[in-house]
Design a protein around this ligand. Sequence first.
Ligand code: ADP
Length: 429
Amino acid sequence: MTPPRLLLGCIADDFTGASDLANNLVRSGMRVVQTIGVPTAPLGAGVDAVVVALKSRTNPAGQAVAQSLAALAWLQAQGAQQIYFKYCSTFDSTAQGNIGPVTEALMDALGADFTIATPAFPDNNRTVFKGHLFAGDALLNESGMQNHPLTPMTDANLVRVLQAQVQRVVGLIDYRTVASSSEAVRERIAQLRATGVGVAVVDAISNDDLMRLGPALKDMPLVTAGSGVAIGLAQNFGISPSLEASELPPASGWKAVVSGSCSLATNRQVQAFITAGWPALALDPLRMANGEDVATQALAWAAPELKDGPVLVYSSAESAAVKAIQQQLGAESAGALVERTLAAVAQGLVALGVRQLVVAGGETSGACVQALGITQMQIGPQIAPGVPWCFAQLPEEAGGDSGRGLHITLKSGNFGGDDFFTHAFTTLA
Ligand code: ADP
C-alpha cells in the first residue's frame, strides 16, 4: 500500500503548543490533524501535516528523547517528507534540556548534519535579534520568564543557552542575512556547515523574515522552532492559504464552556461571560475535597440551561482564592481534584448533547480530552491567535453515535480576548 502523502510531520513538546503550531499551519493552507500522544493506527487520507502532541517539556531529558523518537518513527512510517520539532516561543527548557537533547536525537535518527533553531513568533511579540530572544520589549531574562517555576530562563542569548545543551557547535544566522533574501540565508547555511556548525539560531523580527526563511529550509530534513516558522513552510510544498484548509463539518448540538484556568485572561473571560448574562456555575474545590459529587450537581444545574446556552462551568478564581485553596489542599492535589471534576463535567455535558465545547486551561484541556477519549483532532478555523476550533470523532462511550463528532477548542490560559467564551461560538455558526 502506498503511504499517505504526509508533507510535514511535527512533534510538539506540549499540548496547547501543538494547537498553536497546528493553527499556524492551517492558516498557511495546510490540512492538519493533531494527535494526542503517538498514535497506534496509521493516518487517514487528505492530511498535509500532523502535529503529534507530547507532554515532554519538563520530563527528564531521556524520557523526552524517547517520546520524541517514538513520534518520529510513527511520522516516518506515514511518509513525512520533513520533520518539525516545536517548542515554546519562550524557549522553555531546563539547564539539561530538553530542546538540545531532543534536537540532537532527532538529527541523529534522521542523519541530518544541520538544522536551525528559532522560537521567533512576531505575531505573538516573540522576536530574535542577534541571537537574543525578546518577549515584547523585554529580553527573555527580564520578561518574567526568569521566575518561571519549572523552566526559569535567565539568559536571553539563545546561542549560549543552546550550546550548553548540545554536543554540536551552535552558530547564528543574523537579521541582516534574514532581512536580505532566502538566497542569502541558503548561502549562510552553506557557510556555517562548511565550518562545522551543526545548529544555527536564526534571527527573525517580522513575518516577512519568516516568509524569507521558509524557502531556505526546503530540503532540511529537520526544522526546530516555535510555531512562527511554520508560516513560511507551506510555500515549499506548493500550498497557499485557502479557506478549505480550515473547513470542519457543520456544527450542531448544545454549547458549553468548561474552565479550570486561573490565568488573568481567563478570569476576565469568565467575568465577561457572566456580565453578558449567560448562565454560569462556579465550582468550589473545598466541596470536591469534602467528597461531594460536585460534577453530578453541576450537570443537574446545566441540563435545563443548555437550551438557552452557552453555559459555563468553572473553577477559575483570582490568585488569592487559589492560594487559599492550595494552602488547605496542597497545590498538586487541589489541581488534580479540580481537573478530575471538570473532566467529569465535560464528559457529562457531552453525554447531555453538547457538541460545541470550549475548554480553558492547558492542564484542564489535557484532562478533558483524555476523559472524552479523544485521540485525534482535525484543525479548523482560528478563533484567536494560537487557538483554533478542532473537530474530533467521539468514541461511543463518550456519547457519540456513529458519524457524530465534537467541535472542541482548547484555550491555554493567557490566550484570547475578554469575549472569547461567546466569540468562539459565533465563529462556528
Ligand atoms: P492555565 O492554562 O491557565 O495554566 P491550567 O488548566 O493549565 O490553566 O492550570 C490550572 C490549574 O489550576 C489546574 O491544575 C486546575 O485544576 C487548577 N485549579 C483550577 N481552579 C482552581 C482553584 N479554584 N483552586 C485551586 N486550583 C485550581
